[in-house]
Ligand binder design. Structure first.
Ligand code: C5P
Length: 227
C-alpha cells in the first residue's frame, strides 16, 4: 500500500513537532493547516520536510486571481507536495492558480475545496445557495475544467467523482473513522477500508491518530485494516 494517509496536525507548534518525531514519513504525510501555519509559519513546514515528510499545505486560498496566483507560487517555492484553493473562488482564480505552477518542474498537486463538510443545507441558504449536492458537483466540474488535479470530498462521493470526472482526478477524503472510534464533529464518515474501496486516493485521518495515546500504533492498525 503506497503512502496514502495524510495526518492533519491541528495542534500548536510544540505539540505538532513532538508528534511528527514519533511518525514515519514512509507511511504518512502531514497536513499543515490554518492553525499551525498561522502560529508557526514556513519554519515548521521546513522542519517536517527535513525529517522527510511530504506536506499538504491546507490554507484553502480564496481571493482575487492575482493574489491567489502569488500565494500558490509561494507554496510551490516552499516545496510542499500538495496545496489547495476554494473552487468557489471561480474560474479565473482557479486558472490563475494552475498558471502559477506552470514553470515548476515538480509542482505541488493542486486541489480544490468544494463545499466544506461543516455546511448543511440550511447554512448554505444563509449564503444564498440552495442545493448542497448540486453545488458540490458544480464546483467539482469547475475545478476539473480549470485544470486542477483533484478535489477534497467525502469518501462516499469518491465513486461518483471518479465515474464522472475520470479515475486520474484525485480525491482527498477527510471524515475517516476506523470502526469503533469516536465521530467527534464529523458526520458523513467512512471507515478507512470503505474509503479505499471507493477509490479514495488520499485519506485525511486526524483525531483517531493524533488523539491516541500511541499515534504510531494507531496508524499501523489503520494500515493493517486497509492492506
Ligand atoms: O480529526 P479529523 O480526522 O476529523 O480531521 C479531519 C481534518 O480534515 C481536519 O484538519 C479538518 O480541518 C479537515 N477537513 C475536514 N472536512 C473538509 C475539509 C477538511 O474535516 N471538508
Amino acid at each position: 500500500m503506497e503512502n496514502k494517509i495524510i495526518i492533519p496536525l491541528d495542534l500548536d507548534g510544540k505539540e505538532a513537532s513532538e508528534l511528527a518525531k514519533t511518525l514515519d514519513p514512509k507511511i504518512c504525510r502531514l497536513k499543515v493547516g490554518n492553525q499551525l501555519f498561522t502560529s508557526s509559519g514556513p519554519k515548521i513546514v521546513k522542519e517536517f520536510q527535513q525529517q522527510g515528510f511530504d506536506i499538504f499545505l491546507d490554507l484553502k486560498f480564496h481571493d482575487i486571481p492575482n493574489t491567489v496566483h502569488e500565494a500558490v507560487k509561494s507554496a510551490a517555492d516552499l516545496g510542499v507536495w500538495m496545496v489547495n484553493v476554494h473552487a468557489a473562488g471561480g474560474r479565473k482564480m482557479l486558472e490563475a492558480s494552475r498558471k502559477a505552477l506552470e514553470d515548476y518542474s515538480n509542482p505541488p498537486l493542486l486541489i480544490g475545496v468544494t463545499v466544506l463538510t461543516s455546511f448543511s443545507e440550511d447554512s448554505l441558504l444563509d449564503i444564498g445557495l440552495s442545493n448542497l449536492s448540486e453545488q458540490v458537483i458544480r464546483l467539482t466540474r469547475l475545478a476539473k475544467n480549470s485544470g486542477l488535479d483533484g478535489v477534497v470530498c467525502a469518501a462516499s462521493d469518491t465513486k461518483f467523482v471518479k465515474t464522472e470526472f475520470g479515475k486520474d482526478f484525485l480525491t482527498v477524503t477527510p471524515g475517516i473513522r476506523p470502526s469503533g472510534s469516536r465521530l467527534d464533529d464529523q458526520s458523513r464518515v467512512s471507515t478507512p477500508l470503505e474509503a479505499i474501496r471507493n477509490g479514495s486516493d488520499y485519506l485525511v485521518i486526524g483525531r483517531p491518530i493524533t488523539g491516541s495515546s500511541e499515534p504510531k500504533k494507531a496508524l499501523e492498525e489503520i494500515y493493517k485494516e486497509i492492506s
